[in-house]
Design a binder for this molecule. Structure first.
Ligand code: SF4
Ligand code: SF4
Length: 371
């Protein structure tokens, strides 16, 4: 299918795609966290690019970062120091975890892109004072873009950015529902590629392509797996390993839902398209399911993962822990206990920018066989 192939090609070679965009005259802004308000970047007429880092060996970044920083941050720093991200015009860093804050400082000191922004977001998201603070931070980012571009970003621009993101989010959520109902409608590897491409490609082009992909998945009938196939939910931060979905399939499992930055965390949270657009944006970033770098309540994350598991009739939950990711590591024990209380078996798989395929395969085969 042409549309799906296009998305897979972009996910497989983001660098080539971005170079073409640059030649077309696009202004490209890199970011590393789903708390980045893509809506404001689009409203500014700028192209948001999610950075996933290189999967090559880390050498240059080691001179700047301790080896106990997560591999996402180390590999993004490596990418920029090698000149692989020279197509960018700048980057924005929401301050969410310590590693991203370190990356932001190192990026600012070691690069000379024409735009750089830090967004120091609130950590606690359920207080009125946090709401006001979040409003000020988003407005400050909008002001910084206006200064850089020398033009005003109007409410109309913001509404257009919101509409585009809402359209994409609705289609991706639909695709996830279709796969949960019929896991053979689209492979896990392909769905992963679609979400990855969604964070890289021109969003209007994406919006034009996605409906055909959704329709094709909806129309795909066929087997929905044997009774023994184990339905699984993935949770964690970034998963840049399409092979992992194949490993799970080979082991007799199937991913039917997730709580990942390279999955549902990217597209959850539809924004109200009426009323003040900045207030509506603030609501989305305050109210959507949190990651462990944010706080809503002592049980919010566990409650969310349990509800994702229940809604998708999951047999188990796999924690994908990026090595040295402290926020997710700190959350793991209590979420594991909460899942156990609900009789949802879970396992933890540690991953890095490069996947140790043999180890991961053995771990997943053992877990799935045990379910
Ligand atoms: S886990 Fe949270 S802080 Fe880390 S990249 Fe994802 S959204 Fe950002
Ligand atoms: S939340 Fe974890 S994976 Fe994401 S940047 Fe921070 S330390 Fe790295």
């Amino acid at each position: 299918m042409d549309e799906l192939d296009t998305l897979k090609t972009i996910a497989g070679n983001p660098g080539g795609y971005l170079r073409d965009l640059k030649e077309d005259g696009e202004t490209l802004l890199g970011y590393v966290c789903t708390y980045t308000p893509e809506e404001i970047i689009l409203a500014a007429g700028v192209h948001p690019v999610r950075l996933f880092g290189t999967q090559d060996d880390i050498s240059l970044a080691d001179a700047h970062l301790q080896s106990y920083c997560c591999s996402l941050v180390r590999s993004v720093l490596e990418d920029v120091l090698r000149g692989n991200l020279d197509v960018l015009d700048g980057a924005v860093f929401p301050h969410t975890c310590d590693s991203i804050q370190r990356l932001s400082d190192l990026w600012r000191m070691n690069t000379d892109f024409s735009f750089f922004a830090d967004m120091v977001l609130p950590v606690t998201l359920n207080r009125e004072s946090s709401r006001q603070y979040m409003t000020d931070v988003l407005k400050g980012f909008k002001d910084a873009l206006e200064t850089r571009l020398g033009r005003e970003i109007t409410d109309r621009d913001l509404r257009q950015g919101i509409e585009t993101c809402n359209g994409i989010r609705t289609l991706l959520a639909t695709l996830y529902r279709i796969r949960s109902d019929n896991p053979r409608a689209i492979s896990g590897r392909d769905l992963h590629a679609i979400v990855m491409a969604s964070m890289i490609m021109r969003r209007q082009d994406l919006l034009a392509l996605l409906p055909a992909v959704v329709e094709a998945a909806r129309e795909t009938g066929g087997a929905t797996g044997t009774e023994d196939t184990k339905r699984l939910v993935l949770t964690g931060s970034v998963c840049n390993h399409p092979d992992l979905y194949d490993i799970i399939d080979d082991a007799g499992g199937i991913v039917v839902g997730d709580d990942l930055c390279t999955g549902s965390r990217y597209f959850e949270g539809i924004i109200d398209e009426t009323g003040d657009p900045l207030e509506a944006l603030v609501r989305r970033y305050m109210e959507r399911p949190t990651c462990p770098a944010k706080h809503l309540s002592l049980t919010a994350r566990a409650d969310h993962i349990i509800s994702v598991a229940r809604e998708n009739r999951a047999d188990g939950v796999i924690f994908l822990l990026l090595k040295f990711c402290d926020p997710h590591a700190f959350d793991y024990p209590y979420i594991k206990e909460a899942l156990a209380r609900e009789h949802i078996p879970s396992t933890l798989v540690e991953i890095e920018a490069q996947l140790s395929e043999g180890q991961v395969r053995t771990r997943l085969e053992t877990y799935i066989a045990m379910l």
